[in-house]
Design a protein around this ligand. Sequence first.
Ligand code: ADP
Ligand code: AMP
Length: 213
Amino acid sequence: MKIVMLGAPGAGKGTQAKMIADQYSIPHISTGDIFRANIKEGTELGKEAKSYMDKGQLVPDELTVKILLDRVAKEDCKNGYVLDGFPRTIPQAEVLEDALTKLNDKIDYAINVEVPDENIVRRMSGRRACLSCGATYHIVHIPPKAEGVCDRCGKDLVLRDDDKEETVQKRLNVYHEQTQPLIDFYEKKGVLKEVDGTVDMKDVFAAITRILG
Ligand code: ADP
Ligand code: AMP
C-alpha cells in the first residue's frame, strides 16, 4: 500500500503517518525528518536545506526529489510506504508518478487531512519535536509524559526553528500556492480521500483506517 499524506503544515500528517506506519507495518517517510537529520549531522545537504527551511520556503525540487527516490528504492519499501511532506509541488508529484509508472505501480491513496488556517498557528506554536527519533507532541493536546522529554527515546524536545509564528504564516502561504494544487492532482487520479483533521487524533486515525480498510 502506497500512501501520500496531504495537508497544511501542522495539519497532523506526521502524527497520522506514524500511526498508519505502525498499524500497516510500512515505513513512514518524511522528507522534513530526512532534512532535519542532515542538519543535525552537519552534512552539505543539511546546510543547503536549512537555508530554505528557516525562511519557511520549500527546498528546491531537484534536491528533494533525489532524496525521496533514493529512499523509496530501499528494500523496506517494497510492500509500500506512507509519504509525509512529499510531494509538496506538482513537479514533485509528477516525478514520483513517472518513477512508479516505470515499475507498473501507483499511489493507492492520497489522504488530505483538513484543518483550517486559524487552527494551524495554535498547533504549531504548541508542537514540540524530538530531533533524535522524529516523534512529535503538543504541549496541550498530546503532551509527553515528562515535560520536555521524548517518551520514545528520552532525548530533549524542542520548538522547531520553523515553527515560530512568523515563519508558520509564510509556510502557510507557500502551502496554499504550491502544495494545495496537489489536492486536485490526486482527485483527478481518483485516489483522493479527505478526513477532518480538527478532531481528536484517535478519531482522525479511525477515519483513516475506515478508508484504508
Ligand atoms: P504535520 O506533520 O502535518 O506538520 P504534526 O503531525 O507534526 O503535523 O502535528 C502538528 C501539531 O499538532 C503537533 O504538535 C501535534 O502533536 C498536534 N496534533 C496532531 N494531530 C492533532 C489533533 N488531531 N488534535 C490536536 N493536535 C494535534
Ligand atoms: P515538514 O517537516 O514536512 O513540516 O517540513 C519542514 C520543511 O522542510 C518544509 O517547510 C520545507 O522547507 C522542507 N521540506 C520538507 N519536505 C519538502 C518537500 N517535499 N519539498 C520541499 N521542501 C520540503
